[in-house]
Design a protein around this ligand. Structure first.
Ligand SMILES: [Zn+2]
Length: 233
């Protein structure tokens, strides 16, 4: 699908802030161009703190608030929290079904996902087990579960009709083949990341432009984000 044809996008990711690190420049650009963007946050983010004074319940609420604020900065239309426990995610049938339900409900043309693959050339942070699990469940939800009528009949009974996604863009891969120019939305990306006050420090102001520059340079873009693009016929 060409950019102009895309009407609806969904970003599925394990933790509050993952979407912003990987793809906030692209998300801001989608929203700015009038596309509907929905976030699906798979875990509750309840383990993301080393502060001894904070309890998980409080952290969950803080991170939901931060995620909504980051979404607001980017122009995201809706944020859904699936609420699976942080740090414990498996690509179970339950997770797959929950993501399938979100896809059938919002009918995205494009789904942006993390990578389900271990890649020994990459660092450990990008390969958090929750990222791998969320991505594996997302791939399975995109194809075949959201598309196939007879999978999860209980969803059909709730009025969630089958839906075929046309494109899957994968972030956090060492083999990106699709680059989006985010020169116009780089500042918005940084601003959205800074909304995650409990997670992200001022360091992103340097780190994000550096990374976007190195991705963009070989493709004649000042700043870019990179994806592995999978088109679904
Ligand atoms: Zn994460």
């Amino acid at each position: 699908m060409e950019w102009d044809e895309l009407q609806r996008a969904m970003v599925v990711f394990a933790h509050p802030d993952d979407a912003e690190f990987g793809s906030a420049g692209t998300i801001a650009k989608l929203a700015r161009d009038g596309k509907e963007v929905v976030y699906v946050v798979v875990t509750d983010g309840s383990k993301g703190s080393s502060d001894v004074n904070i309890i998980s319940e409080q952290l969950i609420l803080t991170r939901q608030q931060e995620q909504r604020e980051a979404g607001r900065v980017l122009g995201v239309n809706q944020v859904e929290f699936l609420g699976f426990p942080d740090g414990m995610l498996e690509p179970s049938m339950e997770v797959r079904k929950a993501i399938t339900a979100s896809i059938r409900k919002h009918k995205p043309d494009l789904v942006i996902s993390q990578s389900p693959l271990r890649d020994l050339s990459l660092g450990v942070f990008v390969q958090h087990p929750d990222h791998l699990a969320a991505a594996e469940a997302t791939f399975a939800a995109v194809y075949p579960c959201a598309r196939d009528r007879m999978t999860f009949p209980e969803l059909l009974a709730q009025g969630l009709e089958p839906h075929a996604v046309h494109e899957l863009w994968v972030v956090g891969t060492a083999q990106p083949d699709h680059f989006i120019d985010i020169t116009d939305t780089l500042e918005t990306k940084v601003e959205a990341l800074l909304a995650h006050e409990s997670q992200v420090g001022e360091r992103v102001k340097e780190m994000i432009p550096q990374r976007a520059k190195s991705l963009g340079e070989p493709h004649a873009m000042e700043y870019a984000e990179g994806f592995r693009r999978i088109q679904i016929p």
